[in-house]
Design a protein around this ligand. Sequence first.
Ligand SMILES: C[S@@+](CC[C@H](N)C(=O)[O-])C[C@H]1O[C@@H](n2cnc3c(N)ncnc32)[C@H](O)[C@@H]1O
Length: 196
Amino acid sequence: MNATYNEKVYWESRYASRLHSGEGSRGVELDFKLRFLQQALVETDSVIDLGHGDGELSFAIAQMVHHYKGYDISETAVLACRQRAASLVAANVEFECCDISDVQNTLADVVLCVDVLFHMPSKAKFDDVVANICRSFSRIAILTVWKRSIVDARKGQFAAHNNYFELDLPEDCYIAVEADIEGNPHKQMLIIKRKI
Ligand SMILES: C[S@@+](CC[C@H](N)C(=O)[O-])C[C@H]1O[C@@H](n2cnc3c(N)ncnc32)[C@H](O)[C@@H]1O
């Protein structure tokens, strides 16, 4: 792992330089995510989006649900999304700047954490965020992770901003759906549910 990597510094400087959230937030991958979410979010009241990014997904999701709340570590991204919400007069969206490992006492029908987990700087932080995700949904959580085959093949190699840890879910949660992401052979979108 790159010991100097600090995700707040990295993402803040990225957005302050007017760069977008990344290739996964554009083109074929964005189209895939939107189609996937359109199906998964049918009849959803509330969504929490951990690591909402530049808002490309946020404002599309806000049209699918009643309440949308996004969290991101970058103040620039949060302010840009708030401005966009004001200009669209979108009343069902909220954006808050915070570290998603600190998000507590929140509950929504659906929790999203899309293209964020593999940017966590350590296994401990990755686990904290997974625990927060699993505490915060009442119906499902939707995550993107590296595919297991990639994790296994590249175990022990750590690229800056690009960690890939295995998912340790709490005992009461399980992976209900694993979907290949069109446009990226290395990533998977997962739906997590709670055992009843
Ligand atoms: C690759 S972008 C994905 C954005 C969006 N979810 C999407 O799929 O288009 C990753 C986002 O996660 C945010 N992020 C990374 N680490 C974070 C953390 N610890 N707490 C909150 N946000 C974080 C970054 O600022 C960035 O906006």
